[in-house]
Design a binder for this molecule. Structure first.
Ligand SMILES: [Zn+2]
Ligand SMILES: [Zn+2]
Length: 210
């Protein structure tokens, strides 16, 4: 993949509630944050962490790399997450059909709710169904992966282009025109087809009119 810059060199990092690094060797835990300490703090307490790691954008994909920041703020019920940054995605160019990698900007604003009380360990019941992606699990782990996946997919372009000037495929032979001209005659512009048929009619036919 040809990306603007290479974020794979920045190792995924996991932070505990106090912001110190507890895992630096990467792996699937890197977008998971232990928020047990923050859950015990007063409303309005906040932390900002780097948001770096990989998540699965869709089944079978290599994993999307994330670079960004995440601010966690204690609310009356849980933790408000404001996270922004960029994630890698891969698409087929909508013109030349060649796969290419690119960055997608994301901006997440969501409230995550704990499933168990951080002090008593008792299960918390909510009046409404809490979306699975927004649950803080019984180990007080807040996992940004699913929200990142959803927000990144929502931000992906509907008609991605490998570059703004992509020449696409020849409509006659299918050659990738970014690799050079294919030798086919330029396709006729349909707007001129009527005019051309008029001009190539015999003089007699022109005199009789349409
Ligand atoms: Zn293209
Ligand atoms: Zn051609």
């Amino acid at each position: 993949m040809d990306l603007v810059d290479n974020c794979a060199t920045a190792g995924p990092v996991m932070f505990d509630g106090c912001g110190s690094r507890i895992i630096e060797d990467g792996g699937p835990m890197s977008l998971q944050f232990n928020v047990s300490q923050l859950l015990k703090e007063p409303i309005g307490s906040a932390r900002t962490y780097p948001c770096t790691g990989t998540f699965a954008l869709d089944q079978g994909s290599d994993g999307s790399h994330v670079q960004g920041t995440a601010q966690f703020t204690k609310t009356d019920r849980g933790i408000w997450v404001s996270s922004s940054g960029k994630a890698t995605a891969e698409s087929l160019c909508s013109r030349c059909l060649v796969p290419f990698g690119y960055w997608v900007a994301f901006s997440i604003d969501e409230e995550y709710l704990p499933q168990t009380d951080v002090r008593s360990g008792l299960r918390i019941r909510y009046d409404e169904e809490v979306e699975e992606a927004l649950r803080i699990d019984e180990f007080h782990t807040l996992d940004l992966s699913e929200a990142l996946r959803q927000y990144t997919i929502a931000a992906m372009p509907l008609q991605p282009l490998c570059h703004p000037g992509c020449r696409g495929l020849c409509q006659q032979c299918g050659a990738n025109l970014n690799e050079g001209p294919c030798g086919c005659a330029a396709p006729e512009d349909p707007r001129f087809a009527l005019l051309r048929s008029f001009l190539t009619r015999s003089p007699d036919a022109q005199r009789q009119g349409p």
